[in-house]
Design a protein around this ligand. Sequence first.
Ligand SMILES: Cc1cc2nc3c(=O)[nH]c(=O)nc-3n(C[C@H](O)[C@H](O)[C@H](O)COP(=O)(O)O)c2cc1C
Ligand SMILES: [Mn+2]
Length: 520
Amino acid sequence: MATETLSDFLTMLDREGELARVSATVDPRLEIAAICDRIGKTPAPHGHQELDRSPAAVLGGKALLFENVSGSDIPVAINTFGSYWRVNRALGTKTLSDLADRVQALVKPEIPTTLMEKMKKLPDLLKLGTFPPKSVRTGICQQVILEGDKADLNRLPLIQCWPLDGDLDSGQVFDRAACANITERGTGRYITFGGVFTKDPETGSRNIGMYRVQQFGPRKCAMHWHLHHDGARHFRMYQKRNEKMPLAIVLGGESVLPYAATAPLPPGIEELLFAGFLNDRGIDLVPCRTIPLEVPANAEIVIEGYVDPNEKLMEGPFGDHTGFYSLADWYPVFNVTAITMRKNPIYPTTIVGKPPMEDYFLGKATERIFLPLLQMIVPDIVDYSLPISGAFHNCAFIKIQKQYPFQARRVMHAIWGAGQMSFTKFIIVVDEHVNVHDEQDVLFHLFSNCDPARDSEIVKGPVDILDHSSPEMGAGSKIGFDATVKLPAEGTVRKWPAELEFDAATLSLIERKWQEYGIK
Ligand SMILES: Cc1cc2nc3c(=O)[nH]c(=O)nc-3n(C[C@H](O)[C@H](O)[C@H](O)COP(=O)(O)O)c2cc1C
Ligand SMILES: [Mn+2]
């Protein structure tokens, strides 16, 4: 059900009434982004069938295809994953829970004992049910090859998302003094929906990450990968060797690829294997023209080049998925050596901002698909949700079946040690009868069941790089609230009252007699 190319995906969306084509000429600076923001906050054509009870669950509008973008002859696709239904189609599943069941089936047969053993098993688990990538000689992504001076990023319709993007005079900078003398300034135009392909120089293990890339010149960009992400980890290895790092930015390809690039897989586990699992077929790869990497043969556009081990550019500011600008700071430089593309390509992009945006649905896909894997590490978790108000890294609602004192705290600490979930700033743990997909229900139990002094746990640790409230970048505090019913051993606990609920007999009585009451 997942599609092989972006244009196939768009054709399917068109057929299903999920695509709006815009033929009016639009500006890639801000205009596309503002249209997308407005459309994304309207109801999506097919609604949703997921557990999510937030008002955003039914939103997402249509995907948009801008056929005439000033300054480029390449059309722009945006909001293509921006609803539950579209994410499901991209991943070839009916619901995200169905896909989680497929992952669960992979995980089930294993009975590993220690946490390390469990982590080590993950690559095998993914390989079990999946198809490895396949090297092929040719691919549509190289129908047009632009090398040397012909490789010019200005030919691509890169968008500017928010008004202050790339504006070093805006005050949205870490270090005003450092910015004053900067001569090389970014254009404020960004590649936002590319899969960044890199390779571990020692093991050859491949990584794909979705990282934003700001254009500086016709062949120069800044790479914004966070310290904790695999692209940055690979880069540090090349820096140590004082070698330049080959890197390719892949746009389009199999509809599972953009999601796979965002999936929080543990370091060393290849996104390409995971993509093959989602796709039910290995991804075909072709060798790049100017760098020693392989890229998906079915991509629309591929940008090849090297990241210099020493050079830096002042990257940002950028309107981010937190709903705030991330401040400008120094990031590594990507020098383009070639741009390859299919004939008549389509350029995919996205904008992030205050949720819900397109990435809300990608994040929700991760929430569901990774539940079985999270349960491998923290078996106490019955279910969880990353609520929209938390913009993913800020908050997690966790449901447990409480059996012993301080179980909620054990779960909090386990989460604070689990991959990208470890950055979660607020954790709220609730009992089994609470619906974690319903924010009201969770907050009701938080506010009523917690004595703040007794039931909170504050820790220090690494936090999301984008968190602007932490005292230091990437380092701060996190808090967990135990909103479960308290047990005597958890501090001073008085007799706990029962929660209000009607009995089954009365409920079925009024159900039976409902028509009789004549209430309209
Ligand atoms: C639309 C979108 C934009 C993103 N931009 C960035 C970014 O600029 N830098 C970054 O480090 N992570 C970014 N992320 C998050 C990473 O893609 C995600 O954490 C991924 O798991 C990283 O992969 P890795 O662990 O292989 O590095 C973005 C995610 C989405 C959905
Ligand atoms: Mn990775």
